[in-house]
Design a protein around this ligand. Structure first.
Ligand SMILES: Cc1cc2nc3c(=O)[nH]c(=O)nc-3n(C[C@H](O)[C@H](O)[C@H](O)COP(=O)(O)OP(=O)(O)OC[C@H]3O[C@@H](n4cnc5c(N)ncnc54)[C@H](O)[C@@H]3O)c2cc1C
Ligand code: FES
Length: 325
């Protein structure tokens, strides 16, 4: 069944600072809470003015589907996002007041999916990339015998990284949910000194890694390294990509990444230079193009990638299908 994103005016139920520049925002919006899946996201207009003009994308850190018994306002249905202040839009968001209404569009994109046959899961989160993985961990814990793909909840390890201890989220949730958590900080103020991908390498070198799936969310350089490490161990790995977004619905092509699969012949040849492109068309017509300098060699092969829209086909992708250049 095709699900269409909803444009709603959500009421802010809770807005809290959770560390120096991280905030939690709970939004009452049954229409989105009913449909949202871990790994999907929403686009949020930071204020009623047209400045900043574009909505900003944020992943769900919690999903509250509508409940029959309504004990608190979020039982009506809603979602939570956690955000970090990085620029003008997110700085303006810090002024949002509980009770105020916000313009949202969601749920958008495709979220995480269970990897068939995997009995162990390693979650790798960097900074503000941790909360979206927490909601996926919660979903995985729900899997019961008889449900598709995972016949029982997989064994989970959560690797959490950040610049310093202020940037470490999710340890409390892991403890409460019985998930093993390992922490790395770049300055060594909490856990191991180093980056979270060091923890991943160590875990895969020393621990069991058969039937293991990796899920990662964080800055793109971290994801590229996770993809490299998991590829060495030939393990399935899903990554939630960040990309600058304008429309969020697949219309502007502003969020594309190079993707390794299914380049239809004659389409998406943006990777070629203008003469190459001209020659491809010429080759398709069975002719050679000439210039003042002579014959241009005919290049008929499509590039080994196409462009995928992160907002529409992602943001969660199979890491092996992304060109990490
Ligand atoms: C699918 C998706 C989910 C996201 N989920 C979250 C989330 O859960 N929590 C969160 O804090 N952030 C999330 N982001 C990133 C968030 O959208 C940006 O940080 C935000 O839009 C920045 O807006 P701004 O106006 O504050 O920054 P701007 O003033 O627009 O930019 C400030 C700086 O941030 C960088 N930046 C802006 N947008 C992005 C982006 N999309 N990716 C990487 N760098 C960016 C710019 O290059 C610039 O250096 C997500 C992005 C995507 C695409
Ligand atoms: S943001 Fe417009 S196509 Fe993805």
């Amino acid at each position: 069944m095709k699900i269409y994103p909803k444009e709603v005016k959500a009421k802010i139920f809770l807005h809290r600072r959770i560390s120096s520049d991280y905030f939690r925002l709970q939004l009452a919006c049954p229409e989105i809470g009913r449909l949202a899946r871990p790994g999907q996201f929403l686009m949020l207009r930071v204020n009623e003015l047209q400045d900043p003009f574009l909505r900003r994308p944020f992943s769900f850190s919690r999903i509250f589907p509508p409940r029959e018994k309504k004990r608190n306002p979020m039982d009506e249905g809603g979602v939570e996002i956690c955000y970090q202040t990085v620029g003008r839009g997110t700085l303006l968001m810090t002024r949002l007041q509980e009770g105020q209404r916000l313009d949202l569009l969601g749920p958008l994109g495709n979220g995480f999916w269970p990897e068939e046959g995997c009995t162990r899961v390693i979650l790798v989160g960097g900074g503000i990339g941790v909360p979206p993985l927490l909601t996926w961990a919660q979903e995985l814990k729900k899997k019961r015998p008889g449900k598709k793909k995972f016949t029982r909840a997989p064994e989970m390890t959560f690797l959490i990284g950040g610049k310093d201890k202020e940037k470490i989220l999710g340890v409390g949730e892991c403890r409460r949910w019985g998930i093993e958590a390992q922490v790395a900080t770049e300055d060594g103020s909490l856990g191991a000194k180093g980056v979270v991908t060091d923890l991943l390498e160590k875990e895969l070198m020393t621990g069991r890694h058969e039937a293991t799936a990796i899920y990662a969310c964080g800055p793109n350089p971290m994801l590229a390294r996770v993809a490299q490490v998991t590829d060495q161990f030939d393990l399935p790995c899903q990554v939630s990509l960040e990309s600058r977004m304008a429309c969020g619905v697949g219309a502007c092509l502003g969020c594309t990444v190079k993707f390794r699969e299914g380049v239809p012949p004659g389409e998406n040849q943006e990777g070629q230079s203008a003469p190459e492109r001209a020659n491809s068309f010429a080759a398709a017509e069975g002719e050679e193009r000439t210039t003042r300098e002579g014959v241009i060699p005919v290049i008929s092969e499509a590039p080994p990638f196409r462009y995928a829209r992160v907002c529409k086909e992602g943001p969660v992708f199979d890491a092996r299908k992304i060109f990490w250049d």
